[in-house]
Design a protein around this ligand. Structure first.
Ligand SMILES: [Zn+2]
Length: 55
């Protein structure tokens, strides 16, 4: 059973991040709840990773 394969879930707070139309590999999406940035690694299958920036 596959779940949430088309959803991007914030790795930090678990909020779903809405996929923008025309999303492409390498796009950076921002969680609307906590501001964590996620980089799109692959569209199909959907893969992404948390983008960690040093301050
Ligand atoms: Zn978040």
């Amino acid at each position: 059973m596959e779940e949430n394969t088309n959803k991007i879930i914030c790795p930090d707070c678990g909020t779903e991040i809405v996929r923008p139309e025309g999303m492409e590999i390498g796009d950076i999406l921002e969680c609307s709840n906590c501001g964590t940035e996620v980089e799109v690694m692959s569209i199909d299958p959907l893969k992404y990773r948390e983008l960690i920036e040093e301050k």
